[in-house]
Design a protein around this ligand. Structure first.
Ligand SMILES: NC(=O)c1ccc[n+]([C@@H]2O[C@H](COP(=O)([O-])OP(=O)(O)OC[C@H]3O[C@@H](n4cnc5c(N)ncnc54)[C@H](OP(=O)(O)O)[C@@H]3O)[C@@H](O)[C@H]2O)c1
Length: 269
């Protein structure tokens, strides 16, 4: 009784419905790069929370296989480095599902491990195009719909290497693209903060996927990962679930513009 009186006197609302606070029933969520790794997992998690998921990537068969497992899911082939295909992704989503509630900009590639003085500008441009430029274009297109309804959440999948350098793992284009994505996240968040559209980033440490398989398969690299993550290990992909659901749902209704590291303490060191 005392506690209730105390809550009321502080002007607090009722205690949260903890079981439902991360639910996304009826929400339309786009996940780019849903054909493997983190994107495949994210699509499954959003669907498990009740969302209708739109799966985008270049490998269509993989998307169709995944869509068959997820009730109401839609597979749309999309190379995010192609502007017209990005426009088509958002247009098709709105045509088929009526709106976009959550956009997860997850598609990403890395440059080959190379000292910067030996890297070529074409590779740099290609990585920035996929990892950063596409997020700018897709966010703007999705935001037009979100802003008209004053509601929406955009989640950019950046990296700890958007926050700190990756040397001796030499991938300058990747690091630059992810750092750009972190600050793009802040800028879009501030632009749209009063209009109900939130923009946040997740900054994963090292997780075993197709992108990082060579590193996890290599003794020296996997020891380097374990040494640099304060928790002494790489992450398991399901350890990103909580961050995703938090940022996608109303549980984070007062959170915008943050880069959220999920990294076993990588950037804390
Ligand atoms: N794994 C990690 O440790 C880690 C750490 C930090 C950040 N991340 C970030 O997490 C995201 C997912 O990576 P992942 O680890 O899950 O790697 P992954 O298994 O290689 O997945 C990458 C996804 O991006 C898609 N993709 C690549 N280029 C594309 C393009 N031009 N158009 C559309 N889709 C494209 C791929 O699909 P298609 O080939 O079918 O197009 C694939 O579905 C990336 O942004 C990555 O930078 C990963």
């Amino acid at each position: 009784m005392k506690a209730i009186v105390c809550l009321l006197s502080l002007g607090m609302s009722e205690l949260p419905d903890i079981e439902n606070m991360y639910r996304l029933d009826g929400k339309v969520c786009i996940v780019t790069g849903a054909s493997s790794g983190i994107g495949d997992r994210f699509a499954k998690v959003l669907a498990a929370a009740g969302a209708k998921v739109v799966l985008a990537a270049r490998r269509k068969e993989r998307l169709e296989q995944l869509a068959a497992e997820l009730p109401g899911a839609l597979a749309i082939q999309c190379d995010v480095s192609d502007d017209d295909q990005c426009r088509n992704l958002i247009a098709q989503t709105i045509e088929n599902c009526g709106r976009v509630d959550v956009l997860v900009n997850n598609a990403g590639i890395s440059d080959a491990i190379n000292p910067a003085e030996e890297a070529d500008i074409e590779t740099f441009r290609r990585v920035v195009d996929v990892n950063l430029n596409s997020c700018f274009l897709l966010s703007g297109l999705a935001a037009r719909d979100m802003l008209s309804r004053k509601e929406g959440s955009i989640i950019n999948i950046a990296s700890v290497h958007g926050l700190v350098a990756s040397a001796p793992n030499l991938q300058p284009a990747y690091v630059a693209s992810k750092a750009g994505l972190v600050n793009l996240t802040r800028d879009l968040a501030v632009q749209w903060a009063k209009s109900g559209v939130r923009v946040n980033a997740i900054c994963p440490g090292y997780f075993e996927t197709e992108l990082t398989q060579v590193m996890f398969d290599d003794d020296r690299s996997s020891r380097w990962i374990a040494r640099n993550a304060a928790m002494g290990r790489g992450g398991a992909v399901d350890e990103l679930d909580g961050a995703l659901l938090f940022l996608a749902s109303s549980a984070s209704s007062y959170v915008t513009g943050i880069p959220l590291p999920v990294d076993g303490g990588w950037v804390a060191r």
